[in-house]
Design a protein around this ligand. Sequence first.
Ligand SMILES: Nc1ncnc2c1ncn2[C@@H]1O[C@H](COP(=O)(O)OP(=O)(O)O)[C@@H](O)[C@H]1O
Ligand SMILES: O=C(O)C1=C[C@@H](OP(=O)(O)O)[C@@H](O)[C@H](O)C1
Ligand SMILES: [Mg+2]
Length: 167
Amino acid sequence: MPDRPLLVLIGAPAAGKTRLGKRVANLLGVPFVDTDKRIVAAHGAISDIFAEHGEPHFRELEREAVEQALTEEAVVALGGGAVLHADTQRDLVDQRVVLLTVTRAAVEARITTGKRPLVAGVDSWQALVDARRPLYESLATRTFDTSHRHLDDIAADVARWIQENDS
Ligand SMILES: Nc1ncnc2c1ncn2[C@@H]1O[C@H](COP(=O)(O)OP(=O)(O)O)[C@@H](O)[C@H]1O
Ligand SMILES: O=C(O)C1=C[C@@H](OP(=O)(O)O)[C@@H](O)[C@H](O)C1
Ligand SMILES: [Mg+2]
């Protein structure tokens, strides 16, 4: 059998995919792959890619990173918009996909960095999430909400669920 992720994390910007994914990988003793981090390492800052080449170019770079990550035995965190790519939607159908959710109220304190070109503030975050919600939900095997609990506790729940459903 070819290698595949133990888990793929999807969901809105600042839902906690990157931070939670790292913790779950540590608990399971497997590598952690964040597709955005790979894009930045290979091509530079995401805001610069958007500014210089536009979102469609970023989505193609992202697709390459996702395609590679889906061949690795790792916990994989995708960028929030990676699921917009039709090939990625198709590839996620037979993966274990966890959707992370967060409320508007809880996300407000998390989106202050300016590192996400599509998220200028909480209103643009909300519009983006409203548009994507059906897609996120259709791809998810399970959903965990990150609004009110510590990441360590949520990561422990996710890792336990994977160990109980090991296939
Ligand atoms: N459960 C949580 N409680 C408090 N802060 C959180 C929680 N989950 C994520 N964060 C914070 O939100 C920010 C975005 O997290 P990150 O993992 O980068 O999200 P994503 O990868 O989904 O965009 C980080 O500053 C992180 O510390
Ligand atoms: O939702 C999106 O379209 C994006 C989310 C970001 O990742 P996070 O979801 O990890 O913040 C990053 O890939 C880029 O800014 C675009
Ligand atoms: Mg992230």
